[in-house]
Design a binder for this molecule. Structure first.
Ligand code: FAD
Length: 500
């Protein structure tokens, strides 16, 4: 199709959608969607994270939301040209609601909407002070008793949470809490981010010594300040910690460290929370209107209990307590588990001169980092993607535009390719006795992460140690501990893996 035909076809669909929405004609708006279509809304129309399916789902969404949120003014995003490939037209779009502006991505198939992503970007009247709206910093002219930027900032820090209440309180100052804190700050929302650690970034600093991010740099940016273009592809964990600490400071986030929330309750009458905080030994009570829990999903150790652990004479550590291999040279170590941390820790122990055995209970999905970067992520998150105009913001939106229900259809072919490319590697692992899987339907890492949050290793070298027998492999669960042994059960019941 000619570019101009694609543009016209796209704008026609958007015009029809605008017209139907403006007329309040829900049936006509819904009829623009294909039978097997998806509308994924991020806060814009539903005020929630919501995906609806097919014309009936669209009609249902609009019957509840159209009158309040009044979406409309859908148009092709300025500077973007819709593209057609394999019968699918993909178009970047913008739109408005009664209170905000947003952008999104639309895919058309046979002239009907197949997928529509709508994401709210800003609220009217509360646009962020960026670009032409940025603050002056200096106040030109002469005025008695003026205060400096630093003095105003110090006064704010001294008052917020003490004599004035934050509108929003964010519990957890990892990257999620910090990024939200930065956005609220730009929007002028009085907010405090608090964390029990000593310094921003400590969550990362406290992890095992060899840890580097498994995701590449193009995937990792925070809002407003991108990592510089000489930053390593896979950021070492202490650098992540330092970046978060620097970011917290220069983004002027009101960050309370050494502060732990111990209790929170909501008062319906006042519409505020009462939150008890232990701030470096002092009890503080806060009354925010909004309470955000950004306490992470991978940060809380899950320590299993096995019979006999108390009799065991060696060291037992959860991976979150394990600092690295330095004290393990010449010793025997059993690592229970076969996912990412287990592999990283096994490899580092082996490098540090320990005698290492990994215990695998159930199958693991393994994907080589190089293959994942090239085949799985390259089109969206890479230098090449950037050169093709796919910024991290666009890549995130493209990823978000795929409803989870059909995401596997896009993922399976990629993982088939990786399986073929690394066939020899997988054969080696199987020969070593390692149990592999590819996720429930062969859809690989992302779906496995979304469905389970675990069950995989992005291989950066430990698999070869298993293939070569340098890291030994034991199979099955743990039955019990003895004074000087871990005893695994199931398929190799009674097999003893001796520790010193
Ligand atoms: C070993 C390991 C490796 C990982 N590698 C990667 C990777 O390569 N790429 C990736 O994207 N993700 C990785 N993750 C997942 C990682 O946890 C998250 O990406 C990231 O830390 C999530 O940030 P977050 O802000 O959601 O939570 P966290 O970083 O976990 O932060 C939550 C914060 O909440 C604080 N907190 C909890 N309860 C309270 C309370 N009651 N009061 C005050 N503070 C509280 C904690 O102190 C913590 O600092 C890894 C996780 C682990 C454990």
């Amino acid at each position: 199709m000619l570019d101009s035909t694609v543009v016209n076809q796209t704008q026609e669909v958007l015009d029809s959608l605008n017209d139907a929405l403006a007329q309040g004609d829900i049936e006509r708006a819904a009829a623009l969607f294909a039978t097997d279509s998806y509308w994924r809304d991020l806060v814009a129309v539903s005020w929630n994270l919501k995906t609806v399916e097919g014309p009936a789902g669209v009609a249902d969404l609009l019957s509840h939301q159209l009158a309040h949120t009044r979406p409309g003014n859908f148009t092709i995003q300025p500077g973007e040209v819709p593209a057609e490939e394999g019968g699918v037209v993909t178009a970047w779009i913008t739109f408005e609601t009664a209170v905000g502006r947003g952008w999104g991505l639309m895919r058309l198939r046979d002239g009907k909407i197949w997928t529509l992503l709508t994401a709210l970007q800003e609220l009217k009247g509360f646009e962020e002070p960026r670009g032409t709206r940025r603050p002056m910093g200096a106040e030109h002219g002469a005025r008695k008793d003026r205060s400096s930027w630093k003095e105003r900032r110090e006064a704010e820090q001294a008052e917020l949470g003490i004599t004035t209440q934050p509108y929003a309180l964010i519990v957890g100052g990892g990257q999620g809490g910090i990024a939200l804190g930065a956005r609220l700050r730009q929007m002028g929302v009085p907010a405090i981010v608090l964390d029990k650690h000593d310094r921003p970034g400590d969550q990362w600093r406290s992890r095992y010594k060899s840890l580097c991010l498994h995701d590449p740099i193009w995937y990792d940016h925070l809002p407003y300040i991108k990592f510089p273009d000489n930053w390593p592809v896979f950021t070492p964990k202490d650098k992540v910690g330092d970046w978060l600490e620097m970011y917290t400071k220069v983004m002027e986030i009101n960050y309370w460290s050494r502060s732990e929330v111990t209790r929170a309750s909501f008062d319906e009458a006042s519409g505020t929370w009462t939150v008890e905080v232990n701030r470096d030994g002092t009890r503080v009570t806060l009354h925010p209107t909004q309470l955000v829990l950004a306490t992470g999903m991978s940060g809380k150790p899950n320590m299993p209990r096995f019979p006999g652990m108390e009799r065991f004479k060696g060291t037992i550590q959860h991976s979150s307590q394990h600092k690295g291999p330095d004290e393990w040279a010449g010793k025997k170590a059993v690592v229970i588990g076969s996912n990412n941390s287990a592999h990283d820790i096994c490899a580092a122990l082996w490098e540090g001169g320990a005698d290492v055995t990994m215990v695998q209970r159930s199958s693991t999905h393994i994907v080589r980092s190089d293959s994942l970067m090239e085949i799985g992520l390259g089109a969206l998150y890479s230098e090449q993607a950037l050169a093709n105009g796919i910024t991290t913001e666009k890549a995130d939106m493209i990823f978000a535009s795929l409803p989870y229900k059909i995401m596997h259809e896009f993922q399976i072919p990629l993982y088939d390719k990786m399986r073929e490319r690394d066939a020899e590697f997988y054969a080696g692992l199987e020969k070593a006795g390692f149990d592999l899987d590819w996720g429930d339907d062969g859809s690989g890492l992302f779906l496995k992460y979304l469905r389970r949050g675990s069950g995989y290793y992005i291989d950066v070298g430990a698999s070869q140690l298993i293939i070569d027998g340098e890291v030994k492999l034991a199979k099955g669960g743990i039955d019990h501990f003895e004074e000087d042994a871990v005893v695994s059960c199931c398929r190799f019941r009674g097999q003893r893996v001796k520790l010193t």
